[in-house]
Design a protein around this ligand. Structure first.
Ligand code: SAM
Ligand code: SF4
Length: 407
């Protein structure tokens, strides 16, 4: 049986960044102990499921605010619940400035194998604009401490910041590479209109770079990081060879994962759900209802949704999707499924077919793979949206054929 990933959500932050719309809060710090004990209770309900875990990710919020003993205790509960592989990847998200060398060493000693720092920028002007609590020097210090602590680390950056130029972003990338991260995530700043920075953009108080400039920044990211020895394995993720995140690959390869904590999402045993992000509701529901958290989303995706999701997740990866794996899972060749739309996307060079013979980036299978052409990654969403109609048509025809056969 294949293994699963485990996500642990720690929603507390010391302050709220004006661009962020994740499930997080800068209140309720006196509830951390009770929150963690409920989270462990939620986790322990899976004891007996007989699952093996290959990765654990403490995400947030700001998990680096946890004391190492608290991380150790959650990990002990995870080990009591699941068969956690001895070489499991165990990542802890950290905010630079919230953890010193001693704390990072302590995280390692209780089981963390990897850190992920939210750096966002190495320019103090932008760090201030982004409401970050750390300076660029503190971010550099954090990277150096991670190295001293002997933990591989990722650095998160955002580009397309207000008034940011291509030259400025490339300078950030050059400085980031000097910190010798094992992994880099570079996200395009995306602002919901409900967050303060989104409102400032809507009112014209902040101006974001135009699409052509963003495209240039993205292309430069691909080129500069490749030149520095990083392999791109997903639209926003680059790694030194062998350092791709096993946890994140689970999501994009449409594997199974269980998420625990307020706001955590799960995809397990054919069901997808998301826990309530409201802290007190989460705590009360786990206390009351046989350790089950109240959900804000809960569905069993139908065949059409499963096929769309498998392709839209897998095509975000540079490895793309194996035609053979897709056919084994859904009983249809993706090229047949996508019909004329698929043929057109391939003929126009948006999608490409590749014979993959090497086991690069921990690929699980060889054979022909379908992927988005490198130069069209910027318009991945526009390409993916075109796959939905042919899949819906195929499933409709399949359903009518089976109804006719049943008559
Ligand atoms: C789940 S967040 C939490 C990370 C951590 N709390 C921190 O801020 O340092 C992970 C990453 O998502 C990215 N991110 C957050 N909000 C974003 C936004 N509005 N647009 C693009 N990327 C964003 C940031 O790079 C952030 O480090
Ligand atoms: S970006 Fe990170 S630190 Fe800032 S509010 Fe969001 S989760 Fe918290």
């Amino acid at each position: 049986m294949s293994s699963i990933a485990l996500y642990i959500h720690f929603p507390f932050c010391l302050s709220i960044c004006p661009y962020c719309d994740f499930d997080r809060q800068a209140t309720g710090f006196d509830r951390i102990d009770v929150y963690l004990s409920m989270l462990e209770r939620e986790l322990l309900q899976y004891a007996g499921a007989g699952e093996t875990v290959h990765s654990i990710f403490f995400g947030g919020g700001t998990p680096s605010l946890m004391r190492p003993e608290q991380v150790a205790q959650v990990l002990a509960s995870a080990r009591r619940t699941f068969d956690v592989l001895p070489d499991a990847e165990i990542t802890l998200e950290c905010n630079p400035g919230d953890a010193d060398l001693e704390k990072l060493k302590a995280f390692k000693s209780v089981g963390a194998t990897r850190l992920s720092f939210g750096v966002q920028s190495l320019d103090d002007h932008y760090l201030k604009l982004l409401g970050r609590r750390h300076s660029s020097d503190e971010a550099r210090q954090a990277a150096s401490w991670a190295r001293q602590a002997g933990l591989p680390f990722n650095l998160d950056f955002m580009f397309g910041l207000p008034d940011q130029s291509l030259a400025h972003w490339e300078q950030t990338l050059a400085e980031a590479v000097k910190l010798e991260p094992d992994h880099l995530s570079c996200y395009l700043l995306t602002l919901d209109e409900r967050v303060p920075m989104g409102r400032d953009v809507a009112r014209g108080r902040l101006v974001l770079p135009v699409d052509d400039d963003l495209a240039e920044m993205y292309t430069a990211t691909c080129q500069d990081l490749a030149a520095a020895g990083y392999e791109q394995y997903e639209i926003s993720n680059w790694a030194r060879p062998g350092q791709a995140s096993r946890h994140n690959l689970t999501y994009w390869r449409d594997g199974q994962w269980i998420g625990v904590g307020a706001g955590a999402a799960s995809s397990y045993a054919g069901r997808r759900w998301k826990n309530t992000p409201v802290l007190e509701r989460y705590i009360e529901s786990v206390k009351a209802a046989a350790a089950t958290a109240a959900c804000v989303e809960d569905e069993r995706p139908d065949r059409q949704t499963q096929m769309v999701d498998y392709l839209t997740l897998g095509l975000r990866l540079r490895e793309g999707v194996s035609l053979g794996d897709f056919a084994d899972r859904f009983g249809v060749d993706p090229l047949v499924l996508l019909g004329e739309t698929g043929e057109w996307l391939v003929s126009q060079g948006f999608l490409e077919l590749q014979l993959q013979l090497q086991l690069q980036l921990q690929l699980e299978s060889d054979g022909t793979r379908l992927r988005i052409a490198e130069q069209h990654q910027m318009i991945t969403n526009e390409i993916l949206v075109r796959l939905e109609a042919p899949i819906a048509d195929y499933v409709r025809r399949e359903t009518s054929a089976s109804q006719i056969a049943a008559r």
